[in-house]
Design a protein around this ligand. Sequence first.
Ligand code: GDP
Ligand code: MG
Length: 455
Amino acid sequence: EEEDEKTLRSPICCIMGHVDTGKTKLLDCIRRTNVQEGEAGGITQQIGATYIPAENIRERTKELKADAKLDVPGLLVIDTPGHESFKNLRSRGSGLCDIAILVVDIMHGLEPQTIESINLLRMRNTEFIVALNKVDRLYGWKTCRNAPIGKAMKQQSKDVQLEFDHRVTQIITQFKEQGLNTELYNKNKDRGETYSIVPTSAISGEGIPEMLLLLIQWAQKTMIEKLTYSSEIQCTVLEVKVIEGLGTTIDVVLVNGVLHEGDEIVVCGFQGPIHTTIRSLLTPHPMKELRVKGQYIHYKEIKAAQGIKITAQNLEHAVAGTSLYVVGPDDDVEEIKESVMDDMRNVMSRIDKSGEGVYVQASTLGSLEALLEFLKTPAAYIDNLKEEKKKEAAEDAVFPCVLQIMPNCVFNKKDPIVLGVDVKEGVLKIGTPICIPQRDFIDIGRISSIENNHK
Ligand code: GDP
Ligand code: MG
């Protein structure tokens, strides 16, 4: 373990920002180019995360001639939208994310969820860079596929450069109104006090090299201590999933430490702590589509930071968004069982179960918490209601907003009501978990149709 004291783990990065700014596309862009071009150190799509090895980052940033000295083994980008990773996922000690990319659409500037994201980042004291995305949409933009943005800007006409400068100036002003100093990355002399803005295009790839380099440099410069590998397990359950042939599995992000096949673990369960043994540690095959059946690599042990699928018995009632503990030889299992339920108890203690109300189900403990908060102050989320109407609505009903999205559903005080949003499909469903306050996750204004899957 001597050697471990000096090694660094991969920083964990999440992507935040308003809906449609290009968060998913940016991640796609980072992944796909590499798949297609078969560059050095292939990126592996892990469970709930994308791992970009240092080798790959070196390759993609070499045009910058920055001679990036990479001390970290890579970068682990969490696929879950940032709001989720921050609000819903608890990880013992620190939060799950070390660093974040705040995505802003250059054509739109700061939007409501940009501001929510800023507030979350502030609350967690998380370092971030701003990706000013969709530069290719500037009128007359000349595509320079995957080029450094510095180089791409030089290829642009005067008009494009003027429009760019104008928009950047406006956006810097908007940030200032939020109390944040920002500056274009190449003009930023005061990193630490001033956040860097990197212009990007997730479609044609301009600026991705600078974005990757900045993330790595900043992480290595400011969070060495946090990134120093520790053998103490820090692990968060991202999702609980039933997989054909494997039974109920949990997808976790291992932030620190090593997990072994056969390790005795304790996770939080809806019906109390779950004490079980790791049957297998799995990741998808590199480059393989995640959903392809049977495409898993088995590991005897895995070291942080990684995204892993764990199979074990009795995981049916595991709660996503909580910490996983490993029982060491000197540990008291009963103590660990107590700790593992802390988060859950905390949330549950805030619910009044004595009177009338609705039954709430959510995909993670964090969502549940957020939803409960939401149900308490629903009108606050109805942006287009006038102030006095909001108040009225809040006093009037339990959740006027939620009623709107629940056709064919009778509110019976005793009935369990499960609300649901499936944003990927653009469809609202009754029966899948909801997490309204995570606006990153749903865009209420864009929901196209509503279904009732109780049919
Ligand atoms: P998210 O909601 O933030 O994850 O946004 P998406 O990644 O789903 O992107 C939203 C829309 O914007 C999609 O239609 C993308 O194709 C488009 N988009 C994303 N990034 C860019 C970009 O850099 N340039 C252009 N022109 N379109 C983009
Ligand atoms: Mg997305």
